[in-house]
Design a protein around this ligand. Structure first.
Ligand code: FAD
Length: 396
């Protein structure tokens, strides 16, 4: 069977499966849900995807139903999920991308055997990296861990941990030494969110949701067996986690955005703008920009599969997505007019892309999440283009 025929067959299978299994009317349903109901709806959809073999097509073969898919097959699945406008897995994406990448690249065999199957059974992870004074300059983090026999005792604060209020476990960066370079004293631990001394406080956002949390850690004990990599070598492990956030997560979102272009086309038609040459030109440009964003995401994944990923590849995917999402939302808000601009309140049911105002605001969030846009540009200029860190001999 040719590759094209195989992919078309797969597309047919996924589409048929989604017709039968994708949640119907979830955007409206999410709007009326309590936090607990939202969490349950997310868990149910994730389990449905696991059973169908579409939850983790990017994991290596044999680890989950439907895993080990080729890049071309993953694209088909993402395209079909986007076409069916299924809910984004807000509760599980840190688990299936960030946590899984960390275990697969840096975990022990025991950690892989223990944590990967648990993710499929519904265990959810959050990421405890950022601190009040350590975001862009993550390596200056202060959350302290001291080894006492078989455990580390952790004290400190974390902030901006997405969905931490629902998480069972946390990917935690701590400082185990203040000697030498900042990066050298960082250790990567796996924390049980129910351990004694962990307090989680959700942060109220301006539009009413609570996507992030603060975490306070007071004498929290974490077994040494829950350390990923060696003590003091956590910085390298954290790069595996972050590269998955900047690359793989955004591949799915990029396809979702391209798959939602019909919404803009629908607004152009319903507002009688089909003859407006300026609007049509901008829409054509947007379609090309969405296609190029997908191509960049594809190239990222292909480089990773081929083992030739370069430092900065994931930064390109992230910066491109946030920029194109803004263009997408801006054109939609322009052609949609006042009706689209004031479709409030915004809830989880609006993400992504069910409410253009939510997409617009989210495009700014994505210039910060996973490392700010400016910092990604620093990575690109210094690591990929090898430009000097401190320009020398510049005369201003
Ligand atoms: C939607 C979202 C989800 C997030 N989820 C998580 C999560 O789950 N877990 C987690 O640990 N964190 C999370 N974060 C936090 C995120 O990683 C940090 O916000 C980010 O790294 C920036 O850090 P900061 O907020 O402290 O800003 P700062 O580091 O204080 O930066 C402030 C401004 O200064 C600029 N700047 C700083 N340093 C430089 C430099 N060297 N060169 C040029 N410009 C610079 C930045 O670009 C930014 O514009 C999330 C953030 C968002 C928005």
């Amino acid at each position: 069977m040719s590759e094209d025929t195989h992919l078309e067959e797969l597309r047919g299978q996924v589409r048929k499966w989604l017709d039968a299994n994708a949640p119907k009317g979830w955007r409206d349903a999410y709007k009326a849900m309590t936090h607990a109901q939202f969490a349950q709806a997310q868990r149910d959809w994730f389990q449905t995807l696991v059973a169908g073999g579409y939850a983790v097509p990017h994991w290596p073969a044999g680890l989950a139903p439907g895993s080990g898919r080729s890049l071309a097959e993953q694209k088909v699945i993402y395209e079909e999920l986007a076409r069916a406008d299924t809910p984004r897995l807000l509760l599980s994406f840190v688990s299936t991308y960030h946590a899984a990448s960390t275990f697969l690249e840096c975990g022990t065999e025991e950690q892989k055997a223990r944590y990967l199957p648990a993710i499929l059974e519904g265990e959810t992870w959050c990421q405890g990296f950022s601190e009040p004074n350590a975001g862009s300059d993550l390596a200056s983090l202060k959350c302290r861990a001291e080894r006492k026999g078989d455990v580390y005792v952790v004290n400190g604060q974390k902030v901006w941990s997405t969905m931490a209020q629902y998480a069972d476990k946390c990917l935690l960066l701590v400082r185990t030494s203040s000697e030498g370079a900042k990066q050298a004293g960082i250790t990567f631990l796996l924390m049980d969110m129910k351990a004694r001394g962990v307090s989680v406080r959700p942060i109220n956002q301006i539009q009413g949701d609570q996507e992030f949390c603060e975490m306070f850690l007071d004498e929290v004990e974490i077994p040494v067996s829950d350390r990923v990599g060696e003590e003091g070598k956590g910085w390298a492990v954290s790069q595996a986690t972050l590269s998955s956030e900047r690359g793989l997560t955004l591949m799915e979102l990029t396809y979702k955005m391209r798959g939602a272009l019909w919404r803009i086309a629908g607004l152009i038609r319903s507002n009688g703008l089909e003859e407006d040459r300026g609007v049509l030109r901008d829409f054509g440009q947007l379609v090309a920009r969405c296609d190029s964003a997908c191509a960049i995401a594809d190239q990222f994944l292909q480089n990773r599969i081929d083992g030739i990923e370069r430092m900065g590849d994931a930064s390109i995917v992230k910066n491109t997505y946030s920029r194109v999402l803004r263009e997408y939302a801006l054109l939609g808000l322009r052609v949609g007019g006042i009706g689209e601009q004031y479709r409030a309140p915004i809830t989880y049911g609006d993400l992504t892309t069910g409410n253009l105002m939510a997409d617009f605001m989210n495009s700014y969030a994505w210039t910060i999440a996973g490392g700010s846009e400016e910092v990604q540009r620093n990575i690109l200029s210094e690591r990929m283009l090898e430009m000097p860190r401190e320009p020398k001999n510049w005369v201003l």
